[in-house]
Ligand binder design. Structure first.
Ligand code: 5AD
Ligand code: SF4
Length: 475
């Protein structure tokens, strides 16, 4: 779910490169006349959190602006997943510093994972930062802004075991009016040894299922046609109704959301290979509007490395899960996350990651070289012993192979007709629409009068690169 390395092609995450740092905007009239400007980095969860933050600020009379020079409050929602992500944030802070020196009184705030990781240190290192707010403390923003307005520093990095922001209706920002994120859980209990997320986002907790269904229903009624249910590990979603004591698992939740309306598409991210059940797969198969696409990060194709990574499954287990997916849903696409050059990884073990790309036939992958993160299990237990040049070479090999596999995967779609949800104009031309099929592949096709974003159409594919399909309307 992350992207922080726009220089290497083929590694962008679900939030594509262009959207990284995207400034959220939606014109509203503010009661106070005050404006906030927010940039978001990292995973979809961060983008979703920014919409919660926007909603809280709107409640205080702030309205969003695209122009940081005219804003009273500049916020950056940060990512700590790799060193590169943090470097990007520090560069942006230099820019904000300049704006602030031209416009004294502007409040600069750091939100999200980096705020949580660095805590007080942020205020010491970055003198012009006024607010440091962790992912579970956004309700406290109005008070912290008040503190900053009085000239003090506002900090709250308390991690909660309960906070899910279930009652806050996100202010949809930068929206295409067709697809929206819904956060269904927060935190992560998995402790993958390379990962900083359990430290920055705290313990796993699931959101009230009724509030999720209500949010999805509201989106459908407002014209949205696709929701993506978000969590670090959606397969371990579990919510107990305090009254009936009924337990809702992820398969149940998927079903409840799918039943809202057949024209509301459901996607989800991220699945964990150790937790994804056949029950979930059968539920996906049973509902046409649950998209046939699973992001199932393997991280490494080698069992010894997976053990060091503390992923709690091995190569055979992962292959069995992939086989079950293709058995239950032959038309399902699978994508992955892969880390090259984890501690002690040998050339043979790296070959196992390559062979997994080929074997699993991933439609696409997000690929990274290992970046040691302070405080993680791997940092404490293992030496980061693979030289950077070797990590990068292995990463390039994985990217090259994935590009070939994606190309082949897409070529196999030529001649097929897909149901596509129109998202808007294609990047290249206002004469063309873009939209996704159930398998999450972007398809570009010439427009026809009367059609608009949010409509479903049938598109026959006649051309494919490793990234996009091209086709024409049929029927
Ligand atoms: N170094 C490199 N990649 C990492 N990821 C998580 N932590 C690290 C790290 N320390 C990758 C994993 C994860 C994705 C979100 O980011 O592949 O699935
Ligand atoms: Fe990190 Fe593993 Fe949790 Fe994903 S499942 S957020 S990789 S600890």
């Amino acid at each position: 779910m992350y992207n922080d390395n726009p220089t290497l092609k083929g590694i962008s995450k679900e939030i594509d490169e262009k959207k990284q740092g995207e400034v959220f905007f939606q014109g509203t009239d503010a009661k106070t006349g005050k404006h906030f400007y927010i940039e978001s980095y990292g995973c979809q969860m961060n983008f979703s959190d920014s919409e919660i933050v926007a909603s809280i600020l709107a409640g205080e009379g702030y309205s969003p602006t695209r122009n940081m020079e005219e804003s009273d409050l500049i916020l950056i929602n940060t990512c700590s997943i790799r060193e590169k992500a943090e470097d990007t944030v520090r560069k942006r802070l230099r820019i904000f510093d300049k704006v602030k020196s031209n416009r004294p009184g502007t409040i600069v705030g750091v939100l999200g994972c980096m705020a949580e990781r660095l805590k007080q240190k942020f205020l010491e290192e970055e003198k012009l930062v006024d607010l440091v707010v962790g992912p579970d403390a956004y309700r406290d923003l109005p008070k912290l802004i008040g503190t900053a307005e009085e000239g003090d520093k506002g900090i709250n990095v308390f991690l909660s075991r309960e906070e899910t922001y279930a009652d806050i209706s996100p202010l949809r920002l930068g929206t295409n009016g067709v697809s929206a994120f819904i956060s269904i859980m927060r935190g992560c209990d998995n402790m993958c040894s390379f990962c900083v997320v359990p430290f920055t986002r705290g313990r796993e907790r699931s959101r009230n299922a009724f509030s999720i269904v209500a949010e999805a229903t509201d989106l459908y009624e407002k014209g949205y046609r696709e929701v993506t249910l978000l969590g670090q590990n959606v397969d371990s979603y579990k919510w107990e109704n305090p009254e009936s004591k009924n337990v809702v698992n992820f398969a149940h939740l998927l079903e409840r959301v799918a039943k809202i309306h057949p024209d509301l598409r459901i996607r989800f991210s991220t699945s964990h290979p150790k937790d994804i059940t056949d029950e979930v797969l059968h539920t996906m198969a049973a509902y046409e509007n649950i998209c046939k696409y699973i992001h199932l990060p393997v991280q490494s194709g080698n069992s010894r490395v997976l053990k060091l990574m503390n992923r709690t499954y091995d190569r055979e287990w992962y292959k069995e899960r992939v086989e079950s997916i293709y058995r239950i849903m032959p038309d399902c696409a699978i994508s992955s996350d892969i880390i090259a050059g984890f501690c002690t990884e040998t050339e043979e073990e790296h070959q196992d990651s390559l062979s997994m790309v080929e074997w699993a036939n991933y439609s696409m992958s997000y690929m990274f070289f290992y970046s040691e993160r302070p405080g993680t299990l791997a940092h404490r237990k293992y030496e980061d012993d693979i030289p950077l040049a070797i990590k990068k070479r292995r990463l390039q090999e994985i990217i090259r192979l994935q590009n070939q596999v994606s190309f082949r995967h897409n070529q196999a779609d030529i001649g097929k007709t897909f149901k596509v949800l129109i998202e808007g104009d294609s990047k290249k031309s206002d004469q063309e629409f873009k939209g996704r099929n159930s398998q999450n592949k972007m398809i570009v096709f010439p427009k026809k009068e009367g059609l608009k974003a949010g409509d479903y159409v049938q598109v026959k594919v006649h051309e494919a690169t490793s990234a996009t399909l091209k086709g024409e309307l049929v029927g």
